[in-house]
Design a binder for this molecule. Structure first.
Ligand code: GLN
Length: 473
């Protein structure tokens, strides 16, 4: 059952939230040992929340639009009193004193948090293999990665552990795992969803968004999570959006651009390209005007991102000093204690990013690297703006390939980074983008296609996604 269906049945008193929860916990019991989607399953807290929902229904109170809907939360979202680890040894055991705004809003709407999901340490990676607690496996094939960094959240939905989950997307961490796990994943417009309580990776790029099995479920989650939050200074001053009531309007007359630079990008597999072309045809068959689009600077996105994101990360991660959070490795003086703690507490990829970022920001190199990357970012924003004068939405592959084997790219950071070539440009521009499942590749594994839209164009983007979803039925 989808989240929309569960909430409807629970609100109408046709199903109990506890019964819905038990079904999902049973599936977790059965397959979690193989998949490892979770860092922590919250069976007791979830039962208490589900009971409260059932109690409300019994007393004639409306428990909310997500009544009894089980939801999995990426373990970089703070949960009050519940360990939040970012899959990092460094903050293992830390219990945040507050809930993220999104966690609060979903709970207030009656959602039931079932667990905290695994991720690449501090959300740095594309396969969830950088987790300090071991990798998550792809539910479609346990020898393959689920993608990353929100691999646990994508796998949880693909395995039926929860109908919906939350991830964060700095360079593709919602869309790429959604594609590899065969589920829907949305990165909203920067500022649409509050980042309060999202542990920062690269603050100018990070956004929280939903995973789901249907487009409507992601639309519903965005309606509930979106809207202004005074606790996040980058939150857009705008009320909660509404998408569900326009979702079935179709794409008649919509101008769709097939983003040539990304379809032709380095490493795009032939089967992924064919699925993207099939999606273009499906949109055309539904009445959209489909043409080729160009965003010339998009191909420089990857290089710019791998300077800007590490630069911001090197600053954000400086707070993990052995004093305020989690791990401390003692030493005779503070400087040595800081160094010993960070040496022991950060994994190799996180250390690589901190060094890269520190270098890019250092005096003498700042102009050549960080400032240059920011100029490229401006070019990307400009080129997208021009493209959106001609098109309502853009279409591209989400990820260059289907899910790759575990261990395949762990020794080669560049090969791992290349996974993000299609997803990064819209993080740099701040525009919304999403992945929708659109069939399978030559190996029988899921392929997602990416829809992109101008800032706050979620309604149109979701409409196009609903058409692709319908075309496969
Ligand atoms: N794979 C990208 C990276 O490693 C994106 C990660 C993300 O979106 N959190 O930086």
């Amino acid at each position: 059952m989808s989240a929309v269906e569960i909430a409807k049945a629970v609100r109408a008193g046709e199903r109990s939230a506890v019964e819905v929860l038990d079904e999902h916990l049973a599936r977790i019991e059965e397959r979690e040992g193989d998949i490892h989607a979770f860092n922590l399953v919250l069976a007791d807290d979830a039962r208490a929340a589900a009971e409260a929902v059932d109690q409300a229904v019994a007393e004639g109170r409306d428990p909310g639009r997500l009544a009894g809907v089980p939801i999995a939360l990426k373990d970089n979202l703070t949960t009050r009193g519940i360990p939040t680890t970012c899959s990092a040894r460094l903050i293992e055991g830390w219990r945040p004193p507050y809930d993220a705004t999104v966690v609060q809003r979903l709970a207030a709407a009656g959602a039931v948090a079932v667990g905290k999901t695994n991720l690449d340490e501090f959300a740095m990676g594309s396969s969830t293999e950088n987790s300090a607690f071991g990798p998550t496996k792809n539910p479609h094939d346990l020898t393959r990665v689920p993608g990353g960094s929100s691999g646990g959240s994508a796998a949880a939905v693909a395995a039926g552990f929860a109908p919906v989950s939350l991830g964060s997307d700095t360079g593709g961490s919602i869309r790429q795992p959604a594609s590899l796990c065969g589920v829907v994943g949305v990165k909203p417009t920067y500022g649409l969803v509050s980042r309060y309580g999202l542990i920062a990776f690269a603050s100018s790029l990070d956004q929280i968004g939903p995973f789901s099995t249907t487009v409507a479920d992601s639309a519903l989650l965005l309606e509930i999570m979106g809207g202004h939050d005074p606790m996040d200074s980058t939150s857009i001053q705008q009320p909660a959006p509404s998408y569900l009531d326009v979702l079935d309007r179709g794409v008649e007359g919509l101008r769709v651009g097939v983003l040539r630079e990304l379809v032709d990008a380095e490493g795009i597999a032939p089967d992924v390209r064919r699925r993207t072309e099939a999606a273009a045809e499906a949109l055309a068959a539904a009445g959209a005007k489909v043409e080729e689009a160009s965003v010339p600077a998009a191909i420089y996105g990857l290089s710019a991102y791998y300077l800007i994101a590490p630069a911001e990360a090197s600053s954000n991660l400086s707070r993990y000093d052995g004093v305020r959070y989690g791990l401390r490795v003692d030493a005779p003086n503070t400087i040595d204690m800081n160094a010993a703690t960070r040496t022991a507490g950060f994994g190799p990829e996180v250390k690589r990013r901190i060094m890269l970022g520190t270098y890019a920001l250092s005096a003498g190199y700042y102009d050549a690297y960080y400032a240059k990357a920011q100029q490229v970012r401006t070019l990307i924003i400009r080129d997208f703006k021009a493209a959106y004068e001609q098109f309502d939405v853009l279409l591209s592959p989400t990820s260059p390939s289907t899910a790759f084997p575990l261990g395949d790219k762990t020794e080669d950071p560049m090969a791992m980074y290349l996974n993000d070539v299609c997803t990064i440009p819209s993080n740099l521009s701040g525009d919304p983008a999403m992945s929708v499942p659109f069939g399978v590749g030559d190996d029988g594994l899921p392929v997602g296609v990416q829809l992109l839209a101008p800032a706050l164009g979620e309604a149109t983007m979701l409409r196009a996604a609903a058409v692709l979803e319908g075309a496969l039925r």
